[in-house]
Design a binder for this molecule. Structure first.
Ligand SMILES: O=C(O)C(=O)C[C@H](O)[C@H](O)COP(=O)(O)O
Length: 303
């Protein structure tokens, strides 16, 4: 089986801890991370493309070369004169990550500014992946353009996948965040939230409450990630639970959710077996949290 997977969002320069007070430079961002793990786990017959905007500086050139090296298509990436990518740093406390961002003025903020290009990219794909972070960084009008296109894609029978990836700091207000994330979910075929975020920011008191809320919005499939407590899937009303994999030492939780999503989608698109795909994804995520940084090399993933 083959198909075209498109991920839409922002990739940044990443600074992660390299020991002895040193920082290591990498490239990462939630939607890129998912594209990266999807590419690592998918059959070669599938194409994986990234849709974003970059600048015309050396970092943007390096990032494009990095995507290409990983087998991620770059032909849809807009280059904006005088702009540069955003930057973020991973801060760690007992393996649990938090982020500092320098991204207010990044090129990716303009990724949906050319509606024709966005439509063309979505029309040319079978699976469209985006996140709450993608929506949060866009000017209001461009977020509406993207949502109109994802709604259109879902209506046309494409598989639209959304991770709310809630980052309150990136939103103008809680109200805008709640409304826009709900719109993202409404326009999707599969929503892949993390329960701790949903409980904290939407006030859900159980996994069932999160599933119910997203299904009521019109998402037919919901897959809830709950860290060390496993994952719960509700696909077309059928509910299943998959336990997490044991991890000896959690080094850095960055990208646990994104790698789960990429690995899950790679297997699910191939097999249509959601439970087996989640079992595979918990294994990949367990390897990812055992290493520093968002992107862990393929040979360390045990594939
Ligand atoms: O925060 C952002 O905007 C980023 O894109 C930086 C990180 O690479 C991802 O957020 C990691 O995502 P998790 O899988 O939730 O750990």
């Amino acid at each position: 089986m083959n198909g075209r997977f498109l991920s839409i969002g922002e990739c940044m320069v990443e600074l992660s801890q390299a020991g002895g007070g040193l920082l290591r430079k990498g490239f990462a961002g939630d939607t890129l991370n998912t594209a990266w793990y999807a590419r690592a786990c998918m059959q070669p017959a599938w194409s994986v493309d990234y849709f974003t905007a970059l600048g015309d500086d050396a970092m943007s050139d390096e990032m494009i070369a990095f995507f290409e090296e990983a087998g991620i298509g770059t032909k849809l990436i807009r280059r904006i004169k005088g702009k540069a990518p955003g930057l973020y740093m991973i801060n760690l406390r007992n393996g649990e990550r938090s982020f500092s961002y320098w991204r207010d003025n990044s090129a990716a903020r303009q990724l949906a500014a050319d509606p024709d290009l966005l439509r063309e990219a979505i029309e040319g794909s079978d699976v469209i992946y985006f996140s709450g972070i993608t929506l949060a960084i866009l000017p209001r009008e461009d977020a509406d353009t993207l949502l109109a296109e994802t709604r259109r894609a879902k209506a046309a029978g494409k598989f639209v996948v959304f991770d709310p990836n809630i980052r309150p700091r990136l939103w103008a207000s809680y109200d805008v965040m709640h409304t826009t994330i709900s719109e993202g979910a409404r326009s999707s075929s599969l929503v892949m939230p993390s329960f701790d975020d949903e409980a904290l920011h939407f006030g859900d008191d159980s996994i069932d409450a999160t599933i119910h809320r997203y299904r009521a919005l019109g998402a037919p499939n919901v897959l809830i990630k709950n860290g060390a407590d496993g994952a719960t899937l509700n696909f077309a009303g059928q509910q299943n639970f998959v336990p997490a994999e044991n991890v000896d030492e959690v080094v850095d939780t960055t990208s646990a959710g994104d790698s789960f999503n990429g690995a899950f989608l790679a297997k699910y698109l191939e097999t249509k077996d959601a439970v087996a795909s989640a079992c595979f994804a918990v294994k990949v995520a367990a390897r990812v949290v055992s290493e520093h940084g968002a992107l862990v090399a393929r040979d360390k993933l045990g594939l």
